[in-house]
Design a protein around this ligand. Sequence first.
Ligand code: HEC
Length: 174
Amino acid sequence: MRRIALLVVVVVMVANLVVCTLPPSPPADGQTAPVFGDKIPPGYRDWKLISVAREKGDLNDIRAKLGNDVAIKAYREGKLPFPDGTIIARLAWSYVPLEESKEAFGRLQSYVAGPPTKGGVQFMIKDSRKYASTGGWGFAQFNDGKPTNVAVNSCFSCHVVVKARDFVFTRYAP
Ligand code: HEC
């Protein structure tokens, strides 16, 4: 009996191992899915700063764009298109007043990053073969660390505006 129980445990462990190591299958065109797997690239929060942005209106947020080493090198060398392996991260936070600035300046002066916004972390990853149908870029969005299902084309159809800059809006801020 104990042997059978042990065997069951081993079988389950092996099955888990197989499932966990299977590569994520790329979704078909326009399918709603996290586009390149469902994992946030490790260490992205320590990547170098490309630039910042501020969204007005409904979005009302403040953003940072970070790049992995491949991205930063390409940006600094003015290289277009971006090479495979490039990843650009876009982080967005709500845009809030810094209460302490009232005391410091005698008026509410400073506006800073508050809590992350919904869908606050987005990525573009370059793999010209895998994502050939969307300009060589995979798009992904995360909410609270969890992947959100987005229609690939909803990202791409807007980024197509900057096709001449390899679908990337953000310029490097030296
Ligand atoms: C309506 C147009 C629009 C849509 C839809 C859109 N983006 Fe963008 N995206 C922009 C603009 C404009 C910028 C540059 C300014 C900014 O960051 O707000 C940008 C910037 C980015 C950046 C930083 C690199 C760059 O191109 O500047 C990433 C990464 C990104 N978007 C990912 C995504 C993902 C993932 C989706 C889909 C979930 C998406 N975007 C949907 C317009 C769009």
